[in-house]
Design a protein around this ligand. Structure first.
Ligand code: BGC
Length: 419
């Protein structure tokens, strides 16, 4: 291995460099889940159902082969509660065996598995009885965690309990409004001024936030008892106060993000997931600045979000909890932009590591083009997937990032080209 040049940083020992997926977004046919039910309910925001997704339920060996051949040393994926417990208390031994094989398969290929227990989807039975509003929800999640340990108890070091609890809690609040006023009221038709609610002004559901926090605490204790390192992965929105709006921005950010970061203070690690920034003025959230470049999800292209999110996380959680970047990426059909965005994000992350930030890994979102919660259109993948044959094609970004992972380096200098 040649030593890094002055424009690169050698990553700390044991640094994880990989890519991430979630079960529902790549597996296909997750029919016992609440998302599958939502996708087949008329009149929602869902443009198309997940169907076969990327067929990773069957093609995971190929996905892992590719990631390891590309040079990555880690893979973040999730196990699906709806498959493991399709009916209350009825455990699918086949699903547990499937995920055990995935863990083993990752380890055999030199990929450290980072496993998420809950990535937005729950079993349909769980949601039908009230989901995270049901008084028993944390207990049901604890029981699922105990069961899932049969699949992830060996070969896995880090487990994420719940992915983006802040987005999940917000989704509950949005669904409640939609059930009262219809999805149209939440934005469809916003251009014509017909929306009654601006989703950016809707607050996460406080009951759900409390239930998720309790579920995380209990699951974390179970995982730790089993010798695993537990954390959760927060959507870091990089709230930026306009001058004079500091207080308004802090009040806006607290229920949407900081309350979840505060709940990570006793964790073994915390997951940072950052894509873009959100500006907040004295009267609340502001739109993307006029003329700013945007991605296929309509988000501002803002690669510095990653370092800003890590800094905010360390400031809120405390420097005693190590950070793992569990998601960062860009939805674009232009892979050159993906490389430029990621290069810039990594360069600012590398500066923080150089200054002493305890960052233990970086997972790009996503390993594969996948189902982006209602549509396949926004492509986040390092690897393209043919929707008919499911053939995988690594993009140049996959080779570029994989080569950095293999060399154990991060760029310290941002790219010359704009993102
Ligand atoms: C989620 C992913 C999602 C990605 C891009 C995160 O909110 O964890 O499931 O696909 O961001 O939107």
């Amino acid at each position: 291995m040649t030593p890094p040049t002055g424009s690169e940083l050698a990553v700390p020992d044991g640094f994880l460099m990989g890519a991430a997926t979630s079960a529902h977004q790549v597996e296909g046919n997750n029919t016992a889940s609440d998302w599958w039910a939502l996708e087949h309910t008329p009149g929602t925001f869902v443009a198309e159902p997940s169907g076969d997704a990327a067929d990773s339920y069957h093609r995971w060996p190929e996905d892992m082969d590719l990631l390891s051949e590309l040079g990555f040393n880690a893979y973040r994926f999730s196990v699906e509660w709806a498959r493991i417990e399709p009916e209350p208390g009825r455990i699918s031994r086949a699903a547990l065996a499937h995920y055990r094989s995935m863990v083993r398969g990752a380890v055999e290929r030199g990929l450290t598995p980072l496993v998420t227990l809950h990535h937005f989807t729950s079993p349909r039975w769980f949601s039908d009885r009230g989901g995270w509003h049901h008084g028993d929800a944390p207990e049901a999640f604890a029981a699922y965690t105990r069961t899932a340990l049969e699949a992830v108890g060996e070969g896995v070091e880090q487990v994420a309990t719940i992915n983006e609890p802040n987005m999940l809690s917000l989704m509950y609040a949005l669904r409640r409004l939609a059930s009262e006023y219809g999805w149209q009221a939440l934005g469809a038709g916003r251009e014509s001024g017909a929306a009654a609610f601006d989703p950016a002004r809707v607050e996460p559901d406080a009951v759900v936030t409390a239930a998720l926090t309790e579920a995380h605490r209990r699951a974390g204790a179970l995982l730790r008892e089993a010798g695993l390192k537990a954390g959760w992965t927060i959507a870091n929105q990089v709230y930026q106060a306009e001058p004079g709006a500091e207080e308004a921005a802090a009040a806006y950010a607290h229920p949407r993000e900081d309350v979840f970061l505060e709940a990570a203070r006793d964790d073994d690690w915390v997951g940072v997931q950052a894509y873009t920034r959100h500006r907040v003025g004295p009267d609340g959230p502001l739109p993307v600045p006029e003329g700013a470049p945007t991605t296929l999800t309509g988000w501002e292209v803002y690669p510095d979000a990653l370092a800003e999110a890590v800094t905010h996380t360390v400031g809120t959680v405390g420097a005693h909890v190590p950070v793992i970047v569990t998601e960062n990426g860009i939805a674009t059909g232009d892979d050159t932009r993906r490389i430029a965005y990621t290069h810039r994000a990594l360069a600012s992350l590398a500066r923080l590591i150089e200054q002493g930030a305890d960052v233990r890994g970086y997972f790009h979102w996503s390993a594969l083009d996948n189902y982006e919660w209602g549509t396949f259109k926004p492509t986040f993948g390092l690897i393209g997937v043919d929707p008919v044959t499911f053939a995988r094609t690594p993009k140049p970004s996959a080779r570029w990032l994989g080569a950095l992972a293999r060399a154990g380096r991060l760029p310290l200098v941002p790219p010359a080209a704009a993102c």
